[in-house]
Design a protein around this ligand. Structure first.
Ligand SMILES: [Zn+2]
Ligand SMILES: [Zn+2]
Ligand SMILES: [Zn+2]
Length: 274
């Protein structure tokens, strides 16, 4: 199994799209891994996690082949995760080569956004099928077993995060969310096997949160929780991801702190095979 991070920033991007604060200026000056686009990751080459406005940029400059994606999982409808307008471009005359129907999963807020963008849902010519997911629901799609978990995030919608498994390998992609709940842990404990890779929200970096996002200290604590509950083990790969300029740590600093805790700080273009 392979995960590739295409976008590793929070909603404003880093540097923030309209921001010239000190740390955004520093990110612009240093470039490289300090330049972070909006949230997106790919499992292998055919299961996509979220579809931000930077998806097109990811396809142009980061080598993301959207034509190969068969399954798209949406976490929630916030603009850094759901750019519904481009979903219409799957159909003719915008794409001449996408075959079959993309299987798209998410909540009702994402469903409405895509429906509004595409004059309804699900007709064959649009080349996608939309499936509503409930919390703690497990489905199989495209050779993957996907479990949707309830995120501690915007209470205005049913935000989800995902466990994705293929064969005996699995990933927990926990964005955007605060601390894992007892309900989350219970649901995870009903799945087979230890988590091979866990990707934690780390939007707030130096600050704690837990109710909407996580800071670095929250992520470190959650790592311990998963280990104590036997959901992960000494072979699990730990990633922190989804960073905001308000968190205050450029790549070198978050990377160093993550390493000290046996974790990896994501950057745009980072790929991990396991
Ligand atoms: Zn976000
Ligand atoms: Zn800034
Ligand atoms: Zn969000």
């Amino acid at each position: 199994m392979k995960i590739t991070y295409y976008g590793t920033a929070a909603g404003e991007g880093w540097p923030g799209i309209f921001c010239n604060c000190e740390i955004c200026q520093e990110a612009r000056r240093l470039g490289g891994k300090n330049i972070r686009t909006r949230s997106q990751a790919l499992i292998n080459d055919d299961l996509l996690l979220d579809f931000p406005p930077d998806s097109y940029l990811h396809s142009l400059y980061y080598g993301l082949d959207l034509g190969k994606v068969r399954t798209l999982l949406f976490t929630h409808s916030h603009s850094d995760h759901c750019h519904a307008l481009d979903i219409e471009l799957l159909r003719e005359p915008y794409s001449h080569t996408y075959t079959g129907q993309m299987q798209i999963y998410g909540n009702d807020a994402v469903q409405k956004a895509i429906s509004d963008a595409c004059n309804g849902l699900g007709s064959e010519e649009y080349r996608f099928q939309y499936h509503l997911l409930e919390c703690n629901q497990t489905i199989t799609t495209g050779g993957y077993t996907v479990t949707a978990l309830r995120a501690t995030h915007d209470p205005g919608e049913r935000c989800l995060f995902y466990r994705v498994a293929q064969g005996d390998k699995s990933v927990l992609y926990a964005h955007d969310t605060g601390l894992l709940t007892e309900e989350n842990l219970q649901c995870l404990s009903e799945q087979k096997g230890k988590l091979n890779l866990v990707s934690f929200d780390c939007t707030c970096q130096k600050d704690r949160d837990g109710k909407y996002h996580m800071g670095f200290a929250d992520a470190v604590e959650q790592k311990d929780v998963l280990l104590r509950r036997g959901l992960a083990d000494e072979n699990t790969i730990w990633v922190v991801n989804h960073f905001s300029h308000n968190g205050g740590w450029l790549h070198e600093e978050i990377s160093r702190r993550a390493k000290e805790q046996g974790m990896i700080a994501s950057y745009d273009g980072m790929a991990i095979e396991f």
